[in-house]
Design a protein around this ligand. Structure first.
Ligand SMILES: Nc1ncnc2c1ncn2[C@@H]1O[C@H](COP(=O)(O)OP(=O)(O)OP(=O)(O)O)[C@@H](O)[C@H]1O
Length: 238
């Protein structure tokens, strides 16, 4: 579904954060990108989504070269992005955030109502808090709202950047459950996650990124062999 070919990218000309990254995300899978802090995981998602223009390389989505499409065009193609911190407006209520996310459907009142109902059926807590400003929600509830806004466009592929960063263990568990549920619904997920044990548990494939290069890639059985050793070199326990 998604193929990243030899992607190089960064924030300043001449300073590469990604140095020729290649990877593949198969339809219906959860694929993780793991790696130490600063290895370029977030930069990779931002480049795939179009927030950053790559220096070289290509992003192929469903056979089409989408390398230079900006984010709003990526959404139309069926790609969504859930960033670490952004994506919701703290001064707007839950419902206002959802409505803002449905701006393009605003004239179709029935559709807006239907989509709101779908969100509230999936996450009843958001219905309960629909008139609360997003900034007053707990970290876990804000994450649910972020997922809900991203899902409004009915994406096929969701890029998710460290969804459990700063969350309590209980809220994190809820996020992993959402990821598994989305996979069961047929969505494809490219995940950057700090909790290696959990990332591997929910993933079909994983790649290890180090200093802007893919050092390793494999499926869950491979994790047990090579990957465990690589991760232990960084001092991570699995
Ligand atoms: N907006 C920015 N401007 C300049 N440099 C940046 C910017 N964002 C990240 N970088 C640099 O790019 C490199 C990779 O950062 P990135 O956030 O992609 O890493 P990461 O693997 O996601 O790390 P973490 O796990 O800490 O989030 C780092 O050296 C970082 O300092």
């Amino acid at each position: 579904m998604l193929r990243v070919e030899n992607l190089s990218s960064g924030y300043h000309k001449d300073i590469n954060v990604l140095n020729g990254v290649s990877l593949e995300v198969k339809k219906g899978t959860i694929t993780s990108v793991l790696g130490p802090n600063g290895s370029g995981k977030s930069t990779l998602l931002k480049t795939i989504y179009g927030y950053l223009k790559p220096f070289s390389g290509r992003v192929i989505y469903n056979g089409e070269d989408v390398t230079n499409l900006p984010p709003h065009e990526k959404i139309k193609k069926g790609i969504a992005y859930i960033s670490q911190e952004h994506g919701i407006f703290h001064s707007l209520t839950v419902e206002e955030n959802l409505k803002a996310g449905m701006w393009i459907y605003r004239k179709n009142k029935e559709l807006v109502k239907e989509k709101l109902k779908a969100v509230y059926d999936r996450f009843p807590i958001l219905k309960e808090k629909r008139n609360v400003k997003a900034g007053f929600l707990s970290g876990g509830q804000q994450k649910l709202l972020q997922f809900s806004v991203a899902l409004l466009s009915n994406p096929e592929l969701i890029l998710v950047d460290e969804p459990t960063a700063g969350l309590s263990p209980i809220a994190s568990e809820e996020v992993y459950e959402i990821l598994k549920e989305l996979k069961r619904e047929g969505k494809t997920i490219l995940l950057v996650e700090q909790n290696l044990r959990k990332a591997i548990e929910v993933s079909d494939f994983a790649y290890v990124l180090e200093l802007g290069k893919i050092r390793y890639g494999g499926d869950r059985e491979d994790f047990e062999r090579g990957l465990k050793r690589i991760l232990s070199v960084w001092g991570f326990e699995l």
